[in-house]
Design a protein around this ligand. Structure first.
Ligand SMILES: [Zn+2]
Length: 466
């Protein structure tokens, strides 16, 4: 008898220890964009790093662990930005191949700053409720970034591609570990993919740049070889393709993901059907299209979220009027001299890209939200809320936008982790955003964040960056 009591006591102590991390979010409206379901007065039970269960109505208090009242709040799965670049800071000096400011700040100093501020960048994603990101291409040290993020609590989950396989070279970015590698033959492409495969990339990225010297067809055999070799290693391929015919060629050759919108002409029905038949995911990255032009013409329109939660050093650098006149690159001089032309170009891009997004969404193509953060003026973290505004401008509903930023984005993230994020369902990873106002009334409320939970760890939003 005595032994039995002792055993039961030991067992209950063990149970307590195992349940130490159990807690429950009580009384919120739970939004699950994957299936569009909205559960009022719900209970989300979290145990360790997982969502144990989601239930409605009154629950037995004994099964809930520590209770956190969320009455009047709204819970979404953690947001996922499927297009970022950790090798870029978003400051003015981060793309010397596009605008060379080496005379103001040497590029090697820029890269050193980026590497030493990764924890800060990670925390800004958490502050914005972004619990996972996909880094769609950078130097080989990107793989170290993934490792570091996955070993850091206050960081998003990170999937990465290695260096971009490109039709053009970018010498100014090459400090010995270039983010963009020019590939000239199909055999070179296969060799490069085999080398990448050793690092277990989540994606292989192709930079399919087309201009008068690089027509669509000339690089196509390299696209084909890259995709074949990647698929042979069970690695998916994302292709940067912003013209309709480039994007079509990429998908015909087997691309799994298209990054950026088609911006040169309206997408046609055959293209839409091709994307659907091949289950291609498209990531529009609308915000990046305005940020280079607006930064260079001194017409930057950072949102309040970006001003509050972006890195202040990065934001301060974006004022081009602080750069001495003789150190301004020609491109920036021209933009400053004619800001209207810069804004007209941006508007023209959106006149094509926004209706294209609406058409693809309405046709049932899987759209994953992404920003291209890290590019000049596209701020790591809060840029996603500007992306939401532009998706709204394209005509997407708040529920569709949330679906793009959660369940659909999880598909792009891919792998074992991708299958466990993006939904508020039993057994999924406990990555959640608790909002003060209903994002389904206005997607602007998606940034009114009270609390962020990543991997079952609770962060009060206002304290994340302190
Ligand atoms: Zn990009």
């Amino acid at each position: 008898m005595k032994i039995k009591v002792a055993f039961v006591l030991a067992l209950s102590l063990l149970t307590t220890a195992l349940r130490a991390e159990e807690f429950s979010l009580i009384g919120a409206t739970v939004i699950n964009p994957a299936d569009g379901k909205v559960l009022p007065n719900a209970t989300v039970v979290i145990n360790g790093d997982k969502i144990e269960r989601v239930a409605m109505g009154k629950q037995d208090a004994a099964t809930l662990g520590r209770q956190i009242s969320c009455v009047g709040k709204f819970i979404s799965p953690g947001y996922i930005d499927t297009h970022v670049h950790f090798f870029q800071s978003a400051d003015l000096f981060t793309r010397p191949d596009g605008a060379d400011f080496n005379g103001v700040r040497p590029y090697k100093d820029e890269v050193a700053w980026i590497k030493s501020h990764l924890d800060d960048t990670f925390a800004r994603y958490i502050r914005c409720g972004i619990t996972s990101v996909v880094d769609v291409g950078g130097p080989m040290w990107n793989f170290e970034v993934r490792k570091k993020a996955n070993a850091t609590a206050k960081a998003p989950r990170v999937a990465v591609a290695g260096p971009l396989i490109s039709s053009v070279s970018r010498e100014k970015l090459d400090l010995g570990d270039p983010p963009i590698v020019k590939i000239d033959t199909p055999e070179q492409a296969r060799e490069f993919v085999r080398k990448l495969a050793e690092r277990q990339p989540d994606l292989v990225k192709i930079w399919y740049i087309v201009d008068k010297d690089h027509p669509v067809e000339s690089f196509r055999p390299i696209v084909r070889a890259t995709i074949e070799e990647s698929h042979a290693h069970k690695i998916r391929v994302a292709v940067h393709a912003t013209e309709l015919e480039t994007a079509r060629a990429a998908v015909e050759e087997g691309a799994d993901v298209l990054v950026h919108s088609v911006t040169d002409k309206p997408v046609d029905d055959a293209f839409v059907k091709l994307l659907k038949d091949r289950h291609v995911i498209l990531c529009p990255t609308l915000v990046v299209f305005e940020r280079y032009g607006r930064t260079f013409s001194h017409r930057l329109n950072l949102t309040p979220e970006e001003q509050k939660w972006g890195n202040p050093e990065v934001i301060a650098s974006l004022d081009v009027t602080k750069i001495p006149q003789d150190k301004l690159p020609q491109r920036v001089k021209e933009a400053l001299g004619d800001p209207k032309a810069a804004l007209d170009r941006i508007n023209h891009t959106y006149d094509v890209a926004l209706p294209n997004l609406k058409k693809l969404e309405d046709s049932g193509v899987t759209i994953a939200a992404g920003t291209d953060a890290g590019n000049i003026g596209t701020i790591h973290g809060p840029a996603l809320f500007r992306e939401f505004q532009l998706m709204k401008q394209a005509g997407l509903t708040p529920m569709q936008i949330l679906q793009c930023a959660t369940a659909n984005a999880a598909k792009l993230f891919g792998g074992e982790t991708g299958a466990d994020i993006g939904k508020i369902e039993d057994g999924y990873l406990a990555d959640l955003v608790i909002l003060n106002a209903n994002p389904l009334d206005d997607i602007g409320n998606a940034s009114d964040i009270d609390t962020v939970i990543k991997n079952g760890v609770v962060y009060s939003a206002n304290l994340v960056l302190r």
